[in-house]
Ligand binder design. Structure first.
Ligand code: SF4
Ligand code: SF4
Ligand code: FES
Length: 226
């Protein structure tokens, strides 16, 4: 009886999916609300936990056409929310081998890889659309200055969701450039991790081969138990 009473207390929220009216329980994420309404999500869904960036979405409200940006697996539905599908954001990533890109005095490898970043004029639209609250425009400026450390710091939590590109009037993709910046920083500026290098050497020398072989031969049940 208590359970029924509890259930009765669930508040329903009016939302609109592609202009069709639905009522969904309060507190559902946009992603869960779509599924509650019968949509079978086989694209734009990944980790469901705010890490992979696959579920970037936009929404607005009845009588308020301003577009908002969010991760569908994180943002809870709100009354009179209008939802729809959006396309993917294709990435235009430069092809490079980070080992050939050692930065030298006076060189900016990020501008060499992505000369288009010089067209950024600091409008800050990208920052306003980032569901991770990253200072996107700031790491763009750092990239233009060749400050890889700052690009790494400011873009570390980027999920590659693509929403910043969706709002950039210059058609820039801050996330692909930032990925290159983090790689350069990792390869040339970060302190070497000696224990990691030692472990790679041990693996290359075959120190774990016997154990790996044993695991590979192990029946599934035993492996699970282990
Ligand atoms: S920087 Fe761009 S791609 Fe990265 S999380 Fe923010 S909006 Fe998404
Ligand atoms: S939206 Fe584009 S042009 Fe505007 S600050 Fe961001 S990267 Fe630069
Ligand atoms: S599904 Fe991975 S961030 Fe939303």
């Amino acid at each position: 009886m208590a359970k029924v009473a509890e259930k009765e207390k669930v508040q329903m929220v009016d939302i609109f999916i592609m202009d069709k009216h639905y009522q969904v329980p309060e507190g559902l994420t946009i992603q869960a609300a779509l599924e509650y309404c019968g949509y079978n999500l086989i694209r734009s869904v990944g980790c469901r936990s705010g890490f992979c960036g696959a579920c970037a979405t936009i929404y607005c409200f009845k009588n308020d056409p301003q577009l908002r940006y969010a991760l569908a697996c994180q943002k809870a539905v709100e009354p009179d929310m209008y939802l729809t599908q959006i396309p993917f954001f294709p990435t235009a990533e430069a092809l490079y081998n980070v080992e050939d890109l050692e930065p030298k005095e006076g060189e900016n490898k990020l501008v060499e890889l992505y000369p288009i970043i010089l067209t950024c004029f600091g409008c800050n639209n990208c920052t306003k659309s980032c569901p991770q609250d990253l200072e996107v425009m700031e790491f763009m400026s750092a990239a233009i200055r060749g400050d890889y450390e700052k690009v790494y710091e400011k873009s570390f939590d980027c999920l590659m969701c693509g929403l910043c590109a969706a709002r950039c009037p210059q058609g820039l993709q801050p996330y692909v450039m930032a990925m290159a910046g983090r790689r350069l920083r990792g390869a040339y500026l970060a302190p070497k991790s000696q224990h990691n290098l030692d472990r790679v050497k041990e693996i290359e020398e075959g120190r774990f081969d016997a154990e790996m072989e044993k695991l590979k031969q192990m029946p599934t049940d035993e492996l699970r138990e282990l």
